[in-house]
Design a protein around this ligand. Structure first.
Ligand code: ZN
Length: 386
């Protein structure tokens, strides 16, 4: 039995201070107020539920498409940033690369290495997106679901890879305006995948069709999608108004203005917003250095950029996303914990995760008064990565 005492415990709806969290056999057994003077060792700290990042391409030089062991290496490096579970995220790639990554996801999910973050089913920032909104994704890998390409690969080849690894594919990002994608949304949803709208120039009407077909998630709201206009609300408007859709937001202060983050949370509530990093292999390495995203070079500064200057994902980590939400964007720690953990857990159907309540799995982060990670617990075991 472990007791974490004296900290401010961030509960789903309020702060408990000073509080005590008791852990036994990997689960939270009790959450209660401390008596004054009792167990003061974490005084001045916060205990928050472990961060769950549903959109992360890599960390510290490793990209999810870097080969068989890449996923396990990423999992091992995320706990120091407070991440206890994550969706390894691909960009548009070849069937061979996708197969290799999904094999890595399966192995990492079946056998979590000691001290590593939990690997969730992958997020495919897939081939079925709009060329006009591709961002840093490779044009040569973008397909329509039914498009045939003799000698190369077709959309059907990608769908075959997804079908062969269903349990390891969670979120699939698609652009609903692409020919055949509405049928694909319905099919993916039918097979239990979580369909996300993104990298898309959909009109408001096309976006609504995507939601009607079964899309329930939005990939990095505002970035690489048709913007909000008062006469044509675009994909952004369709996402903001829909209670059915939960939206990711990259909370690095670069990809989305803090005011736009506040506007989105005002529209949807923290219960429908998921803070993500969209972190690349450039996350956690010094500015000026280079790394790779799906095989292409990225240079690290306030975010990651391709050689032609295209914004190519972030260098954000979840600890900084949490601190940014509180310190720069002005959210309460309760709301920040919801966006970094509770909402992604609920949206992904992870029962027993994302909240500090008796009976939940003891995936926790201890933060100091400056909101820096002091310790990460996964299944009740302290972990600072391996
Ligand atoms: Zn991404």
């Amino acid at each position: 039995m472990i007791h974490l005492t004296g900290a401010t415990v961030v509960l789903p709806d309020r702060l408990l201070t000073p509080g005590r969290v008791s852990i036994h056999h990997g689960h939270i057994t009790e959450v209660q107020a401390c008596r004054p003077g009792e167990g003061r060792e974490l005084e001045g700290h916060f205990i928050v539920p472990g961060f769950i990042d549903v959109h992360v391409h890599g960390i510290e030089g490793t990209d999810a498409l870097d080969g068989a062991d890449a996923i396990a290496r990423i999992a091992a490096r995320l706990p120091p940033f407070g991440v206890t579970a994550f969706c390894p995220t691909s960009i548009a790639c070849t069937p061979v690369s996708l197969r290799e990554m999904l094999a890595g996801v399966r192995v990492a999910r079946e056998t979590r290495r000691a001290g590593a973050a939990r690997v969730l089913p992958a997020h495919l920032e897939s081939n079925f997106i709009s060329s006009d909104f591709k961002g840093a994704q490779p044009e040569g890998c973008i397909r329509a679901p039914r498009e045939l390409r003799p000698g190369d690969f077709s959309g059907a080849d990608i769908l075959d890879e997804i079908a062969a690894a269903r349990g390891d594919v969670g979120i699939v990002t698609v652009a609903p305006e692409i020919d055949g994608v509405l049928d694909l949304i319905a099919d993916l949803a039918h097979h239990g995948h979580r369909v996300s709208l993104g990298h898309s120039g959909a009109t408001y009407a096309q976006a609504r069709e995507g939601i009607a077909a079964g899309a329930r998630h939005a990939t990095h709201l505002f970035n690489r999608m048709s913007p909000f206009g008062h006469r044509e609300p675009g994909l952004v408007g369709a996402i903001l108004e829909s209670d059915l859709v939960a939206a990711e937001i990259i909370c690095d202060g670069v990809h989305v203005h803090p005011g736009a983050v506040r506007a989105a949370v005002a529209a949807k509530g923290a219960s429908k917003i998921m803070a993500v990093t969209d972190g690349t292999a450039g996350s956690g390495i010094p500015r000026g250095q280079t790394a790779r995203l799906g095989g292409r070079r990225i240079t690290i500064s306030d975010a990651a950029y391709l050689d032609d200057g295209t914004l190519a994902g972030s260098v954000l980590t979840m600890d900084r996303a949490f601190a940014m939400l509180v310190k720069t964007m002005g959210f309460s720690v309760v709301d920040a914990a919801q966006m970094c953990s509770t909402t992604p857990a609920r949206e992904l159907g992870l029962d027993g995760f994302g909240a500090i309540v008796p009976g939940a799995v003891a995936d926790l982060v201890v933060l100091d008064a400056q909101l820096q990670v002091v310790e990460t617990y996964i299944a009740g075991a302290p972990s600072m990565g391996v």
